[in-house]
Design a protein around this ligand. Sequence first.
Ligand code: AMP
Length: 394
Amino acid sequence: MKTNILILNCGSSSLKFAVIDPTSEQEFISGLAERLGSPEAVIVSKFQGEKTTINIADEAHDGAIAGVLDVLKEKGLFDTIAAVGHRVVHGGEAFTASTLVAEDVKKAISDCIPLAPLHNPANLLGIEAAEKHFPGLPQAAVFDTAFHQTMPAQAYLYPVPYEYYTDLGLRKYGFHGTSYRFITASACEMLGRKTEETALLIAHLGNGASAAAVLNGEGVDTTMGLTPLDGLMMGTRSGSVDPNIFTFLRDQKGYSLDEVASVLNKKSGLLGLSQISNDCRAVEEAAAEGSKQALLTLDVYCYVLAKQLAGLAIGLGRIDALVFTGGIGENSELIRRKVVELMGIFGFKLDNDLNLKQRFGAEGVITAESGPVAMVVSTNEELMIARDTASLIK
Ligand code: AMP
């Protein structure tokens, strides 16, 4: 029976995939094709707890999808696929929700390429390769930006000449929207609250990181902006810095605009400040061994995060819960402890035992009974894409 959803998440040189039954929410297989276009290209898949690696030297997206299809055939999953759900990074102002793919949808995704020059072309390649290899199957596009389209103009406009917005679409868009939708539903269910009556601050802390203010189920503000560089300090991204850093580094180091952008995207954040790693676990380990630079890096990370969460609270008016998610949010008791302490100004009181308990897949509240709630919720963007795709093909 064809009831499963194939989820494809195409990056510029990688492709993540999963097959999920949207009814039972069971994930049958997941995997990653990486180093696409290089002699080292591989597909790594996990099926029934077993990992398999297949070489697909020099293959790009099209070849990788053909390879994934072979894996699905071998595991007896190919004939169970009812539809393909694609993660698409940028939907601009054109998409406020997930949609079935048609020619006009592909054109609109293509029109958003100037807003996401690395991601949207890869997403389109994934859609076109899937159309070729799964002819006749419905395909859905699920946008990172769609959730935030409910932001009011006062939150999304930048104080720059207004024609840049009207002519070029220069505004705050926000990302990680699929995760925010999933977390909003899960957190409200765990709290026993109605989504339409809940004010949430959500911190999605992975290698890329952002936070969002969600009022009554709708995004009202977020930290990422025109691009995913803005906002919080991340693994290798700086987050918000003085925009004049561009001219400063040009004058002081002779860098081009592209070189400064590359430093801010790839050599900053945890990696740049710690000079140890972009990986939070490695920085925490160095701090535990006494590295002052690692300690300073974690202090900056938490201070920036708490300060931006406090700013987002303005868009909410009140805070019913602060939710941590993503690899760091779901596992790092240290980052959560420091941030909840800094957020003490709002009345948060950490329960240390609960904070230590809610890790490695455990979810729940980490604060004492008095005061507002802080909690850990595991995100699952693939499942959200599967749910959306299933409801679009009904
Ligand atoms: P993601 O992009 O959501 O997979 O998150 C990746 C980030 O989560 C990396 O910076 C990891 O170091 C971090 N992470 C995962 N497990 C832990 C942990 N136990 N403690 C601290 N950070 C962690």
